[in-house]
Design a protein around this ligand. Structure first.
Ligand code: R5P
Length: 298
């Protein structure tokens, strides 16, 4: 198996290769003065099972196009199979046509990857609100992996929590809280997120309903797939502190972290915020390489 990392995920591809006891293959990517990309695969890929690792974060359009060039070149050079690993799958959230004429972007991205020659697909903690399963978006075999076991192990070793409760900041995040809780042998629950839009407000405000969960003197550990503006976690953290939580910790798979997100969460009372390396960030402390390597071996 040959592991190749695109320019979004070169170091992650190296870690995955190392987990598999090998070195990543060589890819040369440059930019022409007019903005176009140049891509060259060094080495022979004929009849090989190739894995292309490219996380589609922050500048997804650029990374998607580069990935298409890579897949199409691999197919053209006679690769036996092409597994795409996109730890963060951009455009996943637009998985339905809410208004006539809208692009169903998740389906369009899947069709592009398939048309280029992808034979199987892996992603991590993909948030498909309505479809639920990435296998429904692709025609080729596609799997959603989870980083929550790794995040839970990190929490166990580094947070050393006292009487912990693992919380999903909204109902959909309950599934991730359950996995982390298992690693910590702890209780878990999920809050209810309500988006409130009062008259005169341009954007909606997030409010959380904590239900009747007992938090006094306990360590609260949030588990979520994405932190973007930090609004969801900040409101949930404030609610925990109000109810007397001792310490608030935050775990997430994809640290998108819009400007000010970390500050917002820390100001709300969180003592530690930890994410994975599906995308580089100041909090990307947990690697998803073992999760990807295990899936490639199975
Ligand atoms: C929402 O359903 C997701 O699971 C995350 O909770 C959400 O995307 C986080 O966004 P933000 O950090 O902007 O509140």
């Amino acid at each position: 198996m040959l592991i190749l990392g695109g320019s979004a995920s070169g170091s992650l591809a190296e870690k995955v290769a190392k987990e598999l006891g090998q070195e990543a293959g060589q890819l040369e990517i440059k930019r022409f003065p007019d903005g176009e990309k140049y891509l060259r695969i060094h080495g022979d890929v004929k009849d090989q099972d190739v894995v292309a690792v490219q996380s589609l974060y922050r500048t997804p359009d650029e990374y998607i196009f580069e990935l298409l060039l890579l897949i199409d070149t691999l197919r053209d050079m006679g690769a036996h199979s092409i597994t795409v690993v996109a730890p963060y799958l951009a455009y996943a959230r637009q998985d339905s046509r809410f208004y006539p004429g809208e692009a169903v972007s998740s389906a369009s991205v899947a069709r592009l990857l398939e048309a280029a020659g992808t034979t199987s697909f892996l992603t991590i903690d993909c948030h498909l609100h309505r479809l639920g399963d990435v296998a429904k978006v692709f025609k080729i075999p596609a799997r959603n992996l989870t980083a929550m076991h790794e995040l839970g192990k990190y929490a166990r070793n580094h947070f050393k929590p006292h009487n912990p409760i693992v919380i999903g900041p909204d109902e959909e995040a309950g599934q991730w809280a359950a996995v982390v809780a298992k690693e910590l042998d702890a209780e878990h629950t999920a809050f209810r997120k309500v988006r409130v839009r009062k008259e005169g407000m341009t954007a909606s405000k997030v409010e959380v309903d904590t239900g009747n969960v007992e938090l006094k003197g306990r360590d609260a550990i949030f588990a979520d797939d994405i932190i973007s503006t930090g609004g969801t976690i900040a409101e949930a953290a404030k609610a925990c502190k109000k109810k007397g939580a001792r310490r608030v910790f935050v775990l997430c798979t994809h640290p998108v972290l819009a400007d000010g997100a970390l500050d917002r969460i820390k100001k709300a009372g969180a003592v530690k915020v930890i994410g994975t390396d599906t995308m580089p960030s100041p909090i990307s402390k947990v690697s998803v390489a073992p999760v990807i390597a295990a899936a490639l071996k199975s």
